[in-house]
Write a protein that binds this ligand. Structure first.
Ligand SMILES: *Cc1c(COP(=O)(O)O)cnc(C)c1O
Length: 414
């Protein structure tokens, strides 16, 4: 019979083996702070910075901002939203050039995209927006506000909080009254990975348009927006793309929708020939028309390192490591947490998992506070969940082992 001690050591040995066999392990050292014993399990909320990013920002301050001053706009910065958008499209989104732009926050970008999608639906009989009860709060609030502005009806899909919105649920919700469907690709709480190609096709079969929120999938799972025929998508760059706190969001608009498409925030940066400063708004052609105000250059400089890295490594390898990390997290959960009364709130099937798992226990609000004091950093999501976020390029298996051992040790004993 194996003792508890031996079982524990076997799990540690597995972590060491998984680290040794991990083809991406060397990339972990390129991130600031990974040489310490801190266990960071929240890269799905705020990614760690690359060491290179410190240099990139320093160079930008001294040579770019400090050296080129206002000339920087003409020389480089005005083009960055599209240049970095194209790189993101190529490296992460499966999007050909000219369809992705960096701008605003996810909340504002989603607002612009949903309103643009509604404007693109020409049929006045389509008066419903479909969304789900478990989507991220900002997504739900936005659609509530837009429905009020536009006099539209909300059709809610009742999502299972331990998994997420299924293809069958979408098929049942859409019809001749549907204008737009808004869903998250990876559920922020459960980590459920939705069937993006299948659902997009079902939305199109119903004659409606699909808007996808990619906040928890961009940089962690493979995405093929063009191949799936997605209409619109948005996401943040401070999670798996490591752009830093408050770095700007991205917007994707499928090229077939771009001609003549209208977005609702008419600013000078999205106008044809912004510096003409002429009378009247006329959108810039293409994806540039989705800009509104002055782009946030700092965050774009900061995300370049990760985009270069993702392009070098390839999303297939990133996804493979992510699946190994979540599988090992499930193993630790089953060995240590489930016997102590913890409940898994994430699907077990690999094809339904994003890059984090969520575990529930009534003590977890207090446990999370104690974990943070010990330099073990997951996050807490009400009512009782700890989210264990596994950022494929920067999270190690021994780091994950350390963090989940700390969760186990803080669980109340009966
Ligand atoms: C993190 C997240 C957001 C954040 O929106 P911001 O405007 O950047 O605050 C939106 N939607 C989802 C699904 C998220 O996970």
């Amino acid at each position: 019979m194996t003792t508890l001690r031996e079982a524990h050591d076997a799990l540690l040995e597995r972590a060491l083996l998984l680290d040794a066999e991990d083809p991406l392990s060397a990339y972990r050292e390129r991130f600031i702070g990974t040489e310490t014993d801190l266990s960071y399990l929240d890269g799905n909320s705020l990614g760690r910075p690359l060491k290179r990013t410190a240099e990139d920002i320093n160079t930008f301050i001294h040579s770019g901002w400090g050296g080129r001053l206002i000339r920087g706009w003409d020389e480089e910065w005005l083009e960055l939203p599209q240049a970095i958008g194209d790189q993101l499209g190529r490296a992460v989104l499966g999007a050909a050039a000219g369809q992705t732009i960096i701008a605003d926050s996810t909340t504002v970008v989603l607002y612009k995209l949903i309103r643009a999608a509604l404007a693109a639906v020409k049929d006045p009989a389509r008066t419903e927006i479909v969304l789900d009860t478990d989507n991220f709060p900002t997504d739900r609030y936005l659609v509530e506000g837009i429905a009020r502005e536009e006099g539209l009806t909300l059709r809610w899909i009742d999502a299972d909080p331990d998994s997420g919105v299924t293809l069958d649920q979408v098929r049942a919700a859409v019809g001749q009254a549907t204008a737009v469907v808004l869903l998250s690709h990876v559920a922020y709480r459960s980590g459920f990975l939705a069937d993006l190609p299948g659902i997009t096709a079902a939305v199109h079969d119903a004659g409606a348009l699909a808007v996808w929120d990619l906040c928890h999938s961009a940089g962690s799972v493979e995405i093929a927006l063009d191949a799936a025929g997605v209409d619109f998508a948005a996401g943040c760059t401070y999670k798996y793309l490591n752009g830093g706190p408050g770095s700007p969001a991205f917007a994707y608009v499928n090229a077939r929708h771009l001609p003549g498409l209208a977005q609702p925030i008419w600013g000078w940066m999205g106008r044809r020939d912004a510096f003409e400063m002429g009378p009247g708004y006329e959108p810039a052609p293409g994806i540039r028309g989705f800009l509104s105000g002055t782009p946030a250059i700092f965050g774009m400089i900061a995300m370049r390192g990760t985009l270069d890295l993702l392009e070098e490594v390839g999303m297939a390898a990133v996804r493979e490591k992510s699946l190994r990390l979540t599988a090992y997290a499930l193993e630790l959960h089953d060995a240590w947490l489930a016997p102590a009364g913890v409940r898994l709130a994430t699907p077990r099937a690999p094809e339904q998992r994003g890059s984090h798992i969520t575990v529930d226990h009534p003590s977890f609000r207090e446990v999370t506070a104690a974990l943070w004091d010990k330099d073990v950093i997951p996050d807490f999501r009400a009512p009782a969940g700890i989210r264990i976020g596994l950022s494929p390029l920067s999270t190690g298996f021994a780091e994950l082992h350390r963090g989940m051992a700390a969760v186990r040790d803080l669980l109340p004993r009966h």
